[in-house]
Write a protein that binds this ligand. Structure first.
Ligand SMILES: [Zn+2]
Length: 289
């Protein structure tokens, strides 16, 4: 998906670096509890991957934390960091109308490791959302991994899908849907899977609207770009990841849904362009897309 060259993306809430808004200011006892709250793009146990990271603030990244070089759609088309900032501007445009109750979150682009109010994290965990500080954390080197290790075809809409998915978790923090993830974290029809599939559907609903309205920042996506988003959604399916990493698929451990389901819910959001169609939590089955 490409940005309109003259689109103004300067309002996008994204910045570089560690910081994370106070890091480990939370007390030790609460810290352990908060670790479990982190919502990751990929499966896996947050406790295993969070908490061990040494925060190393890159001095060069600290100089330009606001991404002030990212001003126009042209910048967003050329540079992945600017693309994330532009994506945040477009997502805010969409969600501030559809669900104004949720204040806009910020995306933190980090390299290597980061300190958050959900604990320290390394890039290994993949992109994630921390409901405590309400920030999206993303190391853009993940997009390379998405291609080389997880089998996505690449492309800018695949990247924006990831951002839109994380933004969806922020909306879920306000609708209350995130609780279902904590209460029922594993299994093919679990609350966690439903929360993840809803975030995919939310990403689709945004993509379906990002080129419309009074002042759209993005061009209408091409079929090829939609395929890029679908291949990214498929690459982060539990079955696909398990097949690659373990050689066997174990649905009882699922936390994010299958490749087919992730694509299906993304498309439901995209084709309807209506986030109200994303009621995975109350669906009879997660296959009812
Ligand atoms: Zn997620």
């Amino acid at each position: 998906m490409t940005f309109r060259e003259n689109a103004n993306i300067s309002t996008g809430r994204a910045r570089r670096g560690g910081g994370g808004g106070g890091g480990m200011a939370v007390g030790g006892g609460i810290g352990a509890l908060l670790l479990a709250l982190v919502i990751m793009l990929l499966g896996g146990d947050p406790g295993q991957v969070l908490g061990g990271g040494q925060q190393q603030q890159d001095p060069s990244s600290a100089q330009n934390v606001e991404l002030s070089e990212c001003q126009s759609g042209e910048d967003a088309n050329e540079d992945v960091d600017c693309r994330m900032k532009g994506g945040m501007a477009s997502l805010e445009q969409y969600w501030s109308e559809v669900y104004p109750k949720a204040p806009a979150p910020t995306a933190i682009l980090f390299q290597g490791s980061v300190s958050t109010q959900c604990g320290n994290a390394t890039s290994q965990v993949g992109p994630f959302y921390c409901p405590v500080d309400q920030q999206i954390y993303l190391d853009t080197s993940f997009f390379e991994q998405l291609k080389s290790q997880l089998g996505a075809q690449g492309g800018s809409l695949g990247e924006l899908y990831v951002l839109g998915h994380e933004y969806g978790h922020h909306i879920q923090r306000y609708t209350g849907a995130l609780n279902a993830s904590q209460q029922d974290p594993r299994g093919p029809e679990s609350g966690a899977v439903r929360v993840e599939l809803q975030a995919d559907c939310f990403a689709g609903a945004w993509v379906g609207n990002a080129a419309t309205g009074e002042n759209p920042l993005l061009e209408e996506p091409t079929q090829d770009e939609i395929r890029s988003a679908l291949s990214a959604a498929a690459a982060v399916g539990d079955d696909s990841i398990q097949e690659r990493m373990q050689g066997q698929v174990q649905p009882h451990t699922w936390s994010h849904g299958s490749s087919e389901q992730r694509m299906g819910w993304f498309m439901k959001g995209y084709e309807s362009g209506d986030a109200n169609q994303c009621d995975v939590l109350n669906a009879n089955s997660v296959d009812d897309y």
